[in-house]
Design a protein around this ligand. Structure first.
Ligand SMILES: [Zn+2]
Ligand SMILES: [Zn+2]
Length: 298
């Protein structure tokens, strides 16, 4: 009988070694190994619990700190038997958003924006409102303006003229002698259509246009030409003066530009949109105050 007991003892010692990590000498009694196999319970007892034997009887959770939109709150409950209190976080409530309000209406050419605010805190959220899509009518109206501006950029006089409903015969483009210079300057034309508004069969297209500005160059060239001929050849023909003016202009042109907001008045006739009237103002997109500059010197 002695042998099996020793075997059990050895097994118990081996087990205690595994648990406690402490080696025992052979011959230790089984009774001595028991406290070592119960280390887990001993450790728990070090954290004192008033009445560790009972199962807590908890009250309902009670909010002790209200959660905010973005900040957690806190709630607690109490054991009715031992008075122990447990607390835990209550999730943040999240914003309660009001309706979106438009700050800036979107146009066909620009996105808009809207804002909404929280009913409970200062939080605000903004969002972009997509550009308004063109109706087919708006597309047609916009096309005639784009056609005119692209024709001006190419200095295509025929195409520019075809965009107007009313041509005023007295409005003519500058002399052919200066076309190559004006053509070169026209390549600097930049434009962006900003808005389209309709009222029945009329429509206004607003564009921001950067175009050549020859005013000073033309004025200075004409001044010099006039001064020269009045001093040295007072009996010269006006055509001779003009030729010299153009020569000076072409030689000294600086290709300055100017940027302005231009409104195109459109009318619809026979189902087609056209620019209502040919005006110097619109022609100046391509010819850049050339005539006005020259005339200012006379
Ligand atoms: Zn309790
Ligand atoms: Zn909020």
């Amino acid at each position: 009988m002695k042998k099996p007991i020793k075997t059990i003892l050895t097994a118990a010692i081996t087990l205690s070694v595994l648990i406690s990590g402490t080696a025992y000498a052979e011959g230790d009694t089984a009774a001595e190994t028991i406290p070592n196999t119960t280390t887990v319970e001993t450790t728990e007892a070090e954290t004192p619990d008033p009445q560790p034997a009972h199962v807590h009887e908890w009250s309902d959770w009670e909010i002790i700190d209200d959660p905010e939109c973005e900040v957690e709150g806190e709630q607690s409950r109490k054991c009715m038997l031992c008075g122990r209190i447990e607390t835990e976080a209550v999730p943040a409530r999240g914003h309660v958003w009001g309706e979106w309000e438009t700050i800036e209406e979107p146009t066909h050419f620009k996105t808009g924006s809207a804002v909404r605010s929280c009913d409970y805190c200062e939080a605000e959220e903004t969002k972009e409102l997509e550009k308004r899509a063109f109706t087919s009518e708006e597309k047609k109206a916009n096309n005639i303006v784009e056609k005119y501006l692209s024709a001006a950029k190419a200095y295509d006089i025929k195409k520019m003229n075809s965009c107007f409903k009313n041509q005023k015969p007295k409005l003519v483009y500058p002399s052919k002698r200066v076309v190559s210079t004006l053509k070169k300057g026209a390549t600097r034309i930049r434009y962006e259509v900003k808005d389209i508004t309709f009222s029945g069969n009329k429509c206004t297209v607003t564009a921001e246009v950067t175009h050549p500005d020859y005013y000073n160059d033309a004025k200075n060239a004409m001044k010099t030409a006039i001064k020269y001929y009045s001093s040295y050849k007072p009996d010269a023909t006006s055509d001779e003066v003009a030729k010299y003016f153009i020569k000076l202009f072409k030689k000294r042109v600086k290709y300055e530009t100017t940027t302005r907001t231009i409104k195109f008045s459109l009318v619809k006739t026979d189902g087609k949109w056209k620019i209502k009237t040919k005006t110097q103002d619109l022609m100046d997109i391509a010819v850049g105050y050339f005539t006005q500059g020259a005339e200012a010197a006379i």
